[in-house]
Design a protein around this ligand. Sequence first.
Ligand code: GLV
Ligand code: GLV
Length: 321
Amino acid sequence: MKQRVFVTHKLPGKEIDKLKEDFEVDVWSDKDIGRKDLIDKVKGVDGIISLLTEKIDKEVMDAAGENLKVIANYAVGFDNVDCEEADKRKIVVTNTPGVLTESVAEHAIGLMFSVMKRITEGDKFIREGKFAGWEPDLLVGTGVRDKVLGVVGLGRIGRWTVKLANSLGMKVIYHSRTRDEEYEEMEGVVYHSLEQLLEMSDVVSLSVPLHDDTKGMIGKKELKLMKRSAVLINTARGGVVEEKDLIEALKGGVIAGAGLDVFWDESKIPVDLIKLQNVTLTPHIASATIEARLSMAKLAVDSVRSVLLGRMPEMVVNMKK
Ligand code: GLV
Ligand code: GLV
């Protein structure tokens, strides 16, 4: 009998079709799968390809049962998967790093430009019929050359953001859990504590994964350390920032603006945030380039295939101990 794989959502490209050659593959539709259907559908499967919007926890692993050998998360972030629980059961958890690095870093820089050059504000201005001709002081923004960009988190995405910012003539500083002096030398970037970085930066860009140590790492206290002219960019996870504190800071002029691709509850963006002029909001699309999304599908499928054929895949995020 063929091993069974459940895919929780249709994915771009033809990779899933290829997976069908070797395994019995069941794909949910192009709608979000609810919790109840998820629990029901995973029964007895050998592999799951999941999205970041689905909580893959003990209950799901219990429902799947002891055949389950691999959970391939279609994302680089894997905070939605209970890796400790997977460890206990020797289930391999994989993600899709590397292939969306440029896409996400480009998005961070795009959000930065959008806020600083007031692009979305300008777009709205025209659509609202307010534009009546060129004016010297209409929607005047801020340039980025010689401004300080503080990158928080020096994974692949952080590093590509550094490269892009360097090419824009920005001064780049970074903070991360581990310092990399060789890298500093190579890219000409300077390490600082988070507090120092927040105080020094004109733009702060977050590229850390969400886990216990990063949850709410930017709250009221941290926002207060930032310059009043500074802009916060978040393409990581909503949970890294205390959203209520951010909204208050943006309302009160504690910081100047924000570019956000991720939110606390992505099914319910706070009205207070939507009302703000000085923010650009995008619907968690930082990795949404056709190049990235096709490669993510390939990586997820390759991971499932490897595990089910008895090999260790390339992108394992658990089983470290
Ligand atoms: C997107 O947010 C991802 O983690 O890939
Ligand atoms: C993700 O690819 C990261 O390492 O930042």
